[in-house]
Design a protein around this ligand. Structure first.
Ligand SMILES: *[C@@H]1O[C@H](CO)[C@@H](O)[C@H](O)[C@H]1NC(C)=O
Ligand SMILES: *[C@@H]1O[C@H](CO)[C@@H](O)[C@H](O)[C@H]1NC(C)=O
Length: 264
């Protein structure tokens, strides 16, 4: 027994140190897991809350370990091509989201799900967006920067715009780079400001023409059938007449005249 006590006493310092570092390590790992993303840089301020910077990291995917108390998230100057559904679902305090200077060509439905209430600034500028999916931005009322994207202005975009919840002034950033139809005069103008531009009218006109053509087709078919029917009957009647003529009886003659009157 004294031997054990002696041993313990001698090793207590080492034990204590070991235990200490163990506790420290656990604390550190825990700290890392909850307070900052592995690849990003985090800072915290009294007023603004947590800011997470993942700028310029050649990221092709949005990190999954962004802390859920982040208020500002910078993902600019990366290689992101899409924003998948529910990416930011847990970030219920997020107020600013910078996705500018990426390769974003699409935003999946529900991409900003969970941010509808908190988000105030959404930077999507300098990307590859050509159109907007209203399901991606459902409920998001933030002020958005939509400039420097290759917007394709067509009837679809025109139909979508009134259904967006974004701060209305944001839409001025949609400057048409291409348009459908091409000669509508939309290129180079902010879509919102081209008030008298109606890219759906042309579509309506085309539909009208298609309708006319179809109707004309039907009409022609009906007329052709009528002509055929009349001709066919005439032929029948003629053959019938000839047959009657070949009969020598008086009765045949009277029948003949009655048939002629029917035909006429
Ligand atoms: C963040 O996640 C933790 C653990 O899941 C939870 O207890 C906490 O309430 C969350 N915080 C926010 C702001 O959602
Ligand atoms: C939108 O983003 C562009 C660059 O991506 C920047 O030059 C411009 O100042 C921004 N506009 C607003 C209103 O923040």
């Amino acid at each position: 027994m004294p031997l054990l006590a002696d041993w313990l006493l001698r090793h207590s310092v080492v034990m204590c140190l070991l235990l200490h570092s163990l506790v420290l390590m656990t604390f550190c790992f825990h700290h890392a897991a909850t307070s900052c993303s592995k690849r990003c840089y985090c800072s915290e301020s009294e007023v603004g809350g947590k800011t997470v910077r993942c700028s310029n990291l050649r990221l092709t995917e949005i990190p999954q370990d962004i802390p859920n108390d982040t208020r500002r998230l910078y993902l600019d100057f990366n290689l992101l091509t899409t924003v998948p559904t529910n990416t930011f679902q847990e970030l219920s305090l997020l107020r600013e989201l910078d996705l500018s200077h990426n390769e974003l060509a699409q935003l999946e439905p529900g991409a900003f799900h969970g941010l509808a209430r908190s988000l105030q600034l959404l930077d999507l500028s300098s990307n590859k967006l050509m159109s907007l999916n209203p399901e991606a931005l459902a409920g998001v009322r933030a002020r958005a920067n939509l400039t420097y994207n290759p917007w394709h202005c067509d009837c679809n975009l025109q139909t979508v715009m009134p259904h967006l919840d974004l701060e209305p002034a944001s839409l001025a950033g949609i400057v048409c780079q291409t348009s459908e139809p091409e000669d509508a005069g939309a290129q180079g103008t902010p879509f919102l400001l081209a008030k008298d531009l109606d890219l759906c009218v042309v579509l309506k006109k085309t539909t009208d023409v298609a309708m006319l053509v179809t109707m004309f087709g039907w009409f022609t078919m009906v007329i052709s059938y009528l002509v055929y029917y009349v001709r066919h009957n005439q032929e029948d009647a003629r053959r019938h007449l000839e047959y009657l003529k070949s009969l020598p009886s008086k009765q045949g003659k009277s029948e003949e005249s009655s048939t002629v009157s029917t035909v006429v």
